[in-house]
Design a protein around this ligand. Sequence first.
Ligand code: MLT
Length: 313
Amino acid sequence: MSTNRPVVVLAEELSPATVEALGPDFEIRQSDGTDRDRLAADLADAHALMVRSATTVDAEVLAQAPRLKVVARAGVGLDNVDISAATEAGVMVVNAPTSNIVSAAELTCAHILGLARNIPPATAALKAGEWKRSKYAGLELQDKVLGVIGLGRIGGLVAERMKAFGMEIVAYDPYVTSARAHQLGAQLLSLEELYERADVVTIHMPKTPETLGMLGAAAFERMKDSAYVVNVARGGLVDEDALEQALQAGSIGGAAIDVYASEPSTHLPFFSRENVVVTPHLGASTAEAQEKAGVSVAKSVRLALAGELVPDA
Ligand code: MLT
């Protein structure tokens, strides 16, 4: 049923706080961003589109939304939104760049601890009736080296938190000064040095043509045979075929992966390995992060649809 209120399409499940923050002035329409035909139909008279990471907002989608004024990404990354196509179509793009950084950092730390102490495989074994204490003996993190690739908002939080476990933090980030790294308790190294020294390598880079496949065969070859690799950042930063080969060859010790080159992904070869922990893109999936992200972009949508200036989040 159509009303005279501007239409806001939610292409994914967003927190109840998002809808509350939008208020009563809009017609809110729940859609499904993974179903392109349904999304196109729902966007035909829409003024705003709100998404998380599962909806691809490209030129084709934008062409089906002639009244669209704003695309809001309830999260940090914008790699599922074609910004140049949106700019060309005169559609504003907003996001919530700090909303889920704590949640993403905490999941990274959880993965590091889970890998070091074999928590996921030991849980699975015990639930299957197997009491195997020596099989799941782990690694103490104190005095081990954490290599953080990308010492920005999330990488910095990970560094600070893992420092509290007594880890030595080394980092690679061409955009960070040694003074800033020092403030975070980290020492800047070249990528090659980081690979050689780190017991755990965690990546926190955006997905760009330069970072795609950054953790690939050459990187794994340089790492210690015991190194753990963690990716809670973006699918595609880790070359999945090279990861499988490195695990197969034993040239790294294990991996924890939250994001995939193609999502949803449920059947990658390394999923069955005991030294691999996988989660389904849960970095931002906490009540707190979803509330912050939803409320922040809901405010931006309100401003954009009122023709007001949208401040940088
Ligand atoms: C982000 O970029 O902030 C996350 O991927 C958001 C999400 O999980 O939808």
